[in-house]
Design a protein around this ligand. Sequence first.
Ligand code: NDP
Ligand code: GDR
Length: 372
Amino acid sequence: MQNAGPLLSVEVKMTPEQYRKRKVALITGITGQDGSYLTEFLLEKGYEVHGIIRRSSSFNTSRLQHLYEDQHERPTKFHLHYGDLTDSTNLVYIIASVQPSEVYNLGAQSHVKVSFEMAEYTGDVDALGTLRLLDAIRTCGLEKFVRFYQASTSELYGKVVETPQSETTPFYPRSPYGVAKMYAFWITVNYREAYGMYACNGILFNHESPRRGRTFVTRKISRAVADIHLGKQSCLYLGNIDAQRDWGHARDYVEGMWHMLQQETPEDFVLATGETHPVREFVEKAFSHVGTTIKWRGEGEDEEGVCAQTGKVLVKVDRRYFRPAEVDLLLGNPAKAEKKLGWKRKVTFDELVKEMVEADVKASSGLVEDQN
Ligand code: NDP
Ligand code: GDR
């Protein structure tokens, strides 16, 4: 039996090399933290950037607002399309009409804790959504033309098997999110091997910024520190403050995504800083930027962070933020990316915390508009 051919062939009268030189990118998840930085980066590089946004009853493009304003100067370079990773027909239509040379699949239900509550939906978007997008490229007959980036994650490592974690470390995901992303990882590898697609997984460790969603721990902390400093909030409630993460800056990481699609052959790469820090250290550093020293007292769920200067309790542990299964320690080894892509993170942990707290102090005081 023969393999099924493309259902809807887009006629391309160019060699793959000529097609690529058009520099047309399509980004799913463009409204998210990474999508906004990647858009800026690609526009700077002269790409025409197309993004898929979801219809929402509320405003969901605040991270892209500044680029809309620029649109008057660059009217044809930035385009948004309504769509969803759960809608195959829509994906085929967008791929056929945009004819992208690079596709960045950043769209996902990306919150680990939420994935325990919405496991099926997370699987639908994060796992099957990736399959739908890859199939949309094939359905259009563009699999030899399009370069595909999959937003894989250090959550694949989950339970600690070895540290530091590299491209050869076995996976052991610990959440419906991690399991869904593991399917997405392997379907990307499979389409590379089965159909000769240029498809890569970026196994990215946690990366943050002032544009990070407010329910992720770093942004939750930086915003609370700003609000407490300005007298708008009295206490910060957190879950497991002993979890350790390898935290970098999102702006550095989107550059790595692009590098992965510029190689001769497609491969998978870890992007990480090679350092790990517990959540409690992020808390201490963040408070130190507004002149507050945190001292810890008590243990486990009774632990609290007290202001050394005033004696006020500023941080409390709240069981509600614990996860049914936790990823205790992430520490990445970015050696392969450093060697083959020439990629290296620029922003240090201290600089990251400082930038996030300073941005939130400005936003909370109303000096600048919130970017999300
Ligand atoms: P965000 O949560 O900030 O952004 C997620 C994006 O996905 C948003 O644009 C969201 O749209 C979109 N999205 C959600 N559901 C759907 C859907 N059904 N169809 C289409 N789009 C959808 O994530 P980040 O920017 O932080 O991360 C980008 C990607 O990288 C994600 O896939 C994430 O899992 C992965 N990743 C992130 C890491 C990190 O540390 N930030 C580390 C490793 C991997 P909307 O705005 O409408 O909600
Ligand atoms: P993570 O990020 O789960 O690593 O996934 P998150 O910031 O949510 O959690 C990091 C660690 O902090 C602990 N924690 C808390 N987390 C949240 N959100 N809220 C709290 O109050 C809190 N208190 C403690 C968590 O238990 C965890 O150990 C992120 C996402 O961006 C994923 O999409 C991405 O794949 C991975 O990073 C790499």
